[in-house]
Design a protein. Structure first.
Length: 187
């Protein structure tokens, strides 16, 4: 069985991007797991498992969608699995679990071992977790994440950027005052 692993080109610069690990069956079918990775903080944010009848359908339906204009880096399948598992381990250390569909998507790892993979990945940014609010993360979810980071890392032990629209202050946090200069990356 042949495997392929691709990741977003700027994953470790932007902190967020895709990993796709695929296995190609002898009859031309393709099974693929996709993983939305947050290597700065949350690990595997979302995942999916896909089945395609042909390589052409796989290319058009998944690869071209996640990596437009070929914006991907080829990895060994072992490094792809290790990247996903290390991202989960990092996030778990901060109190976060992988997305609900991770278990199903990780089926694609069957037959891939990381025992001889020497590749090392760096998580966080500048030595600290760095949470960047995603477009679908509600104020409630943001509050849960920031409280978990505060509990695990302490004051000054992490960085974050959140959207400023219509957010209520956390308990003990000051209301926004336009006359004060506020750095979007606090702590």
């Amino acid at each position: 069985m042949k495997y392929e692993a691709l990741r977003s080109v700027n994953l470790f610069d932007s902190g967020c991007g895709y990993l796709v690990v695929s296995r190609f069956k002898a009859d031309g079918r393709v099974e693929a797991g996709s993983f939305l990775l947050d290597v700065f903080c949350l690990g595997v944010k979302d995942a999916g498992f896909y089945f395609f009848q042909s390589i052409a359908n796989y290319q058009e339906g998944l690869i071209n969608r996640f990596f437009p204009n070929g914006n991907s880096v080829r990895m060994t399948p072992e490094a792809g699995r290790k990247l996903a598992e290390d991202a989960i381990s990092y996030a778990r250390g901060l109190g976060f679990s992988p997305g609900a569909d991770y278990k199903k998507a990780s089926r694609v790892f069957g037959g891939i071992t990381t025992a001889h993979c020497d590749e090392q990945f760096t998580f966080g940014k500048d030595g600290k977790p760095f949470y960047i609010q995603g477009p679908s993360e509600s104020p409630t979810r943001v509050e849960i994440i920031l409280r978990a980071l505060e509990a695990r890392c302490g004051e000054g032990g992490y960085h974050y950027i959140i959207a400023g629209d219509n957010f209520e202050p956390f308990d003990g946090e000051e209301e926004y005052d336009e006359s004060k200069a506020i750095d979007p990356v606090r702590r």
